[in-house]
Design a protein around this ligand. Structure first.
Ligand code: 5AD
Ligand code: SF4
Length: 440
C-alpha cells in the first residue's frame, strides 16, 4: 500500500483543490495518513498571497532536510507555480513541483514519481482546462465546495494570483449543476461556489449564462438549503446578483466584497478598476435589498505611497459601510507584481500601526452590528458542539457564528444535532459571535 500525507495552506480554493488531489490519489491506490513521518509521499499545497504564507512552506521543507530518506516530497499550489524549478535548488530533497493549472496531469506525474523520477514538474499555465474530477474526497458531509471558475484575468498591482493560477477558465453550467445535484442527492445541504473572481463567471457552453443566472439555478436545486459564493470583484458585481438573493432564501444573505482601500487614489494605484464612489453604489444596492444582507470585506493597509490622509479615508469607509466583519492585511511585496516598481514603501512599523488602528475601529463597529441582532430568531446550521461551554456551535445565513444552548446534548452513541437547521433566538452579542437559545 502506498501512503501519502498532505498539508494545505491558503484559501478555500486551495482547500478544495486538496480535496480533489486527495480523491485522485485514493483512486490511484494511495491511502492517506495523519503524519508526514508515516507517509511515503509528502505533499504541501501552498499559498503565496503574502510573504509570510510563502515562508511557511520553506520552513516545512527545511524541517525535512535530514529525515527525508525513502520519502518523496512534493510542493503543489501557488508557491510551486511561482517559484517553479527554483524549488529544486532551494530544497533538493523535493521531487515534485506542480501548480494548480496542472492538476489534471496528476495521475501521469504520479506514474513518473513511482518510476523513480526525482524531478517531476507541472508548471504550464497555458491551459483552458479546469480540474474536474469524479474522485473529490470532501471533508465536510454537509457543506460542499464547487469550483465554478479558475484563474484570474484582473491585474491588481499587489496580487500574485494571476501568476500562480493563470487566466480565467469557467466550467459549463451543466457540469456545475450536475455536480450540485449529485451533492444534494448525497445529502449535502450547503454549497459554496468558488472562484478567484466568481462573478466574472461566463458559461463557455451555448447557454452563455452569467454568474447571477448560475447562482439562481443552483439555488433552485431540491435539497440545497444554502448557497454561498466567494470571492466577488466589485467591478463585475451586478445588481442582478442582489435581485437573485432577494428572490430566493436559499441564497445566503451575505456578500463578501473586497474593497482593499477607501481612497480612490490608492484604488487607482492598485489598478482595482473602480473608484470609491462606484464601490459605494454597489453597497447601496446591497443595503436597499429586501433582505438584511451581511457585508464583509478585505483591506490592505500600507500599499506603496499610502498617505495618512488616504488611510483615514479607509477608516471613514468602514464607518460609512458598517461591515459585519473584515479581513485586514499589511501590504506585502510579491514577485512579478506591478506594485514592486512603485516607490515610497510604507515602513513595517507604520503598517503595523495602521493595521491595529483599523482593527480597533472595526471591532467597535462589529460590537454595534452584532448587538442589533439581539432578540432576532435566526435559522442556524449546527456545525458542532463545544464541550467546554456546553453550547452547540451554529452558523447563520449571514455567516455569523451563533452558539446556542439546547436540551439535547451529544451522547456516546452518536446523538447529535450536527448538520441540522434550527431556529435560534439571539440573546447576547460579542464582537465576533452571537449566543442564543434554541426556539422549540
Ligand atoms: N499584500 C497584502 N495583502 C494581499 N492580499 C492580496 N495580495 C496581497 C499582498 N500582496 C489580500 C487582499 C485579498 C486577500 C485575499 O488578500 O486583501 O483580497
Ligand atoms: Fe493563496 Fe491566492 Fe493561491 Fe489562494 S489563490 S492559495 S490565497 S496565493
Amino acid at each position: 500500500m502506498k501512503t501519502f500525507y498532505i498539508e494545505t495552506f491558503g484559501c478555500q480554493m486551495n482547500v478544495h483543490d486538496s480535496e480533489k488531489v486527495i480523491g485522485t490519489l485514493l483512486a490511484q491506490g494511495y491511502s492517506q495518513v495523519e503524519t508526514p513521518e508515516d507517509a511515503e509521499l509528502v505533499l504541501y499545497n501552498t499559498c503565496s498571497i503574502r510573504d509570510k504564507a510563502e515562508q511557511k512552506v520553506f520552513h516545512r521543507l527545511d524541517q525535512f532536510k535530514r529525515h527525508h530518506e525513502g520519502k518523496v516530497i512534493g510542493v503543489l499550489g501557488c508557491v510551486a507555480q511561482q517559484e517553479g524549478e527554483h524549488i529544486f535548488e532551494r530544497a533538493p530533497h523535493v521531487s515534485l513541483v506542480a501548480g494548480s493549472a496542472s492538476y489534471t496531469k496528476l495521475p501521469e506525474m504520479l506514474v513518473q514519481l513511482e518510476a523513480g523520477n526525482r524531478r517531476v514538474t507541472g508548471l504550464s499555465l497555458d491551459t483552458d482546462a479546469t480540474f474536474d474530477t469524479p474522485y473529490t474526497r470532501r471533508d465536510n458531509p454537509h457543506r460542499a465546495y464547487i469550483t465554478i471558475i479558475e484563474g484570474c484575468d484582473k491585474s491588481c498591482a499587489y496580487c500574485v494570483v494571476p501568476f500562480t493560477r493563470g487566466p480565467e477558465r469557467s466550467r459549463t453550467s451543466e457540469s456545475v449543476l450536475d455536480e450540485a445535484r449529485g451533492l444534494a442527492a448525497q445529502g449535502y445541504t450547503e454549497i459554496q461556489l468558488l472562484g478567484q473572481n466568481v462573478n466574472s463567471y461566463r458559461d463557455p457552453s451555448e447557454r452563455g449564462w452569467d454568474f447571477a443566472r448560475l447562482l439562481r439555478a443552483v439555488g433552485e436545486i431540491d435539497g440545497i438549503r444554502r448557497v454561498r459564493f466567494t470571492t466577488s470583484h466589485p467591478r463585475d458585481f451586478v445588481k442582478d446578483i442582489i435581485d437573485a438573493i432577494d428572490e430566493n432564501p436559499a441564497l445566503c444573505n451575505h456578500v463578501h466584497l473586497p474593497v482593499q482601500s477607501g481612497s480612490s487614489a490608492v484604488l487607482e494605484r492598485m489598478q482595482r478598476l473602480y473608484t470609491r464612489g462606484e464601490y459605494m453604489r454597489r453597497i447601496e444596492w446591497i443595503k436597499n435589498a429586501k433582505r438584511n444582507i451581511a457585508l464583509t470585506t478585505d483591506i490592505i493597509v500600507g500599499f506603496p505611497g499610502e498617505t495618512e490622509a488616504e488611510f483615514q479615508e479607509t477608516l471613514d469607509l468602514l464607518d460609512e459601510v458598517g461591515y459585519d466583519s473584515l479581513f485586514s492585511f499589511k501590504y506585502s511585496r510579491r514577485p512579478n507584481t506591478a506594485a514592486l516598481a512603485l516607490a515610497d514603501q510604507v515602513s513595517e512599523e507604520e503598517k503595523g500601526r495602521r493595521l491595529t488602528v483599523l482593527q480597533e475601529r472595526q471591532r467597535a463597529i462589529q460590537i454595534r452590528r452584532n448587538a442589533e441582532l439581539v432578540g432576532a430568531i435566526e435559522d442556524t446550521m449546527v456545525e458542532g458542539y463545544n464541550h467546554a461551554t456546553g453550547q452547540w456551535i451554529g452558523r447563520t445565513s449571514q455567516n455569523r457564528t451563533l452558539n446556542f444552548t439546547h436540551a439535547v446534548v451529544p451522547t456516546p452513541n452518536g446523538q447529535t444535532l450536527v448538520g441540522g437547521y434550527l431556529p435560534v433566538r439571539v440573546t447576547r452579542a460579542g464582537p465576533n459571535s452571537l449566543a442564543g437559545e434554541v426556539v422549540l
